[in-house]
Design a protein around this ligand. Structure first.
Ligand code: PMT
Length: 404
């Protein structure tokens, strides 16, 4: 969700400035471009060098710097961001903001920006409770400034009370929530399954398949980017967790079903996992040994069908249930029949014959099958397939509304 977003982070004076270094790191990990303004007070607590090294960008401090102004004027600095975050926001900087003052780079940028602003205040408890600060906070909230914290607890000054800057993870969540509320799926809860399942034969061996989780994870990411609250239930994969999703890791089909059921109710379910159809009836409790009598035989039993279970819910069925069909021949015919037997609304059929490279690859060609027939989407990256699916889901939910 945050990948490619631009954040201008203003670090003002306060011991909590060290936490902003962690915040920069977390934002960079998520692909955010971070530019920083360090106030004179902020520079008493963290150095321009560490801020610059972590943000991988120049740090701006001076309003009247000839070089800074010729390279990146303060007006451009204030506009070339999707969000301005002030962390820590000192009582002094908040007072300047509330009064509309502009006597240094940070306050000037805050006065000049046309972008949303999120403040993470940090100060002594008495400063926070002071009527002057209360007035300033009321004014800033009335001006549309978003606020996270401050939290209660031990303060650096040795006192106890409200004034601690929120933790970097909480600020990050507030930033994600800010971007999420902008998406077309902002009120939608989505469940996505991804990856293979591993069905044990004994403690060291298992039955698996070639799914990498790339397609399912891309779908979870695209739905999250569109603002949905996503739960991703995934079998074992090497894929990176989508930043805004709640991720539940499982091994077997039975665990995947239990995790999906525990995640209900949702509005949309997308089953992209390659769930093993069968499991070994009685897996060995210890490693099965060669005993000179030839190969062992295993009885297989059917696994529960997660897609069919979600589609068949009598109460709390998701508004939209989407399955995949992995086929190697008669792709559209087999997938059309599968949609009917499993009872889902849409099925995305893909040809997984070895020569297509779909299992584990970065591209996919899908046919979307609904009650009216099949629509073939051109070959695309799995990320593009995922964002086209997210668009289609948003369009459909806008027409149908949410039932769950
Ligand atoms: O993970 P990648 O390497 O990116 O590859 C992507 C993919 C090929 C795995 C993916 O695009 C895909 O096709 N996923 C579904 C794979 C599959 O198991 O298809 P199926 O035709 O066997 O099953 C049909 C549907 O029923 C699927 O939505 C599946 O999740 C679901 N199912 C199947 C069996 C089962 N016991 N429970 C299920 O929910």
């Amino acid at each position: 969700m945050l990948d490619g977003k631009r954040i201008l982070l203003i670090i003002s004076g306060g011991i909590a400035a060290y936490k902003s270094l962690v915040l920069i790191r977390r934002l960079r990990d998520r692909g955010v471009q971070v530019r920083c303004v360090l106030t004179k007070g902020g520079a008493q607590f963290v150095t321009p060098l560490s801020v610059s090294a972590l943000s991988e960008n120049k740090v701006y401090s001076e309003l009247f710097s000839l070089t800074d102004e010729s390279e990146m004027g303060h007006i451009r600095l204030s506009r070339e961001a999707d969000l301005v975050v002030v962390a820590p926001a000192s009582a002094d900087l908040m007072a300047k903001m509330a009064a509309g003052r502009a006597d240094d780079l940070a306050s000037t940028v805050l006065l000049a920006t046309d972008k949303p602003v999120l403040l993470a205040p940090a100060m002594n408890v008495m400063m926070w409770q002071n009527p002057a600060t209360r007035r300033n906070v009321d004014q800033l909230v009335a001006d549309g400034i978003q606020m996270i914290g401050p939290d209660a607890g031990d303060l650096a000054c040795g006192e106890l009370g409200t004034g601690r800057m929120s933790e970097p993870e909480a600020i990050l969540a507030a930033i994600e929530a800010h971007f999420a509320t902008a998406g077309p799926l902002k009120d939608v809860r989505a469940l996505v399954t991804s990856g293979p399942t591993h069905e044990p034969i004994d403690p060291v061996r298992y039955i698996a398949n070639r799914s990498s989780g790339k397609q399912g994870h891309a779908i979870a990411r695209a739905l999250g980017d569109a603002g949905a609250a996503v739960t991703l239930v995934t079998g074992p994969t090497r894929e990176v967790d989508p930043p805004s999703a709640k991720v539940i890791r499982v091994e077997t089909a039975e665990e995947m079903l239990a995790a999906c059921q525990a995640s209900l109710p949702v509005d949309v379910a997308v089953c992209a996992a390659a769930v093993a159809d069968w499991r070994v009836a009685r897996p060995g409790n210890s490693k099965i040994k060669r005993n000179g009598n030839g190969a062992p035989t295993f009885e297989l039993v059917e696994n529960p069908d997660i897609l069919a279970t979600l589609s068949g819910l009598k109460r709390g069925r998701p508004t939209l249930v989407v399955g995949f069909a992995a086929e190697t021949d008669a792709v559209i015919d087999h997938a059309t029949a599968k949609r009917r037997t499993k009872g889902c609304d849409w099925i995305l059929a893909n040809d997984v014959s070895a020569e297509t490279g779909v299992f584990g690859g970065d591209h996919n060609t899908v046919h979307l099958i609904d009650a009216h027939g099949a629509e073939t989407w051109p070959k695309a990256t799995k990320a593009d397939v995922a964002s086209r699916l997210a668009d289609k889901i948003a369009e459909t939910i806008a027409q149908k509304g949410l039932l769950a």
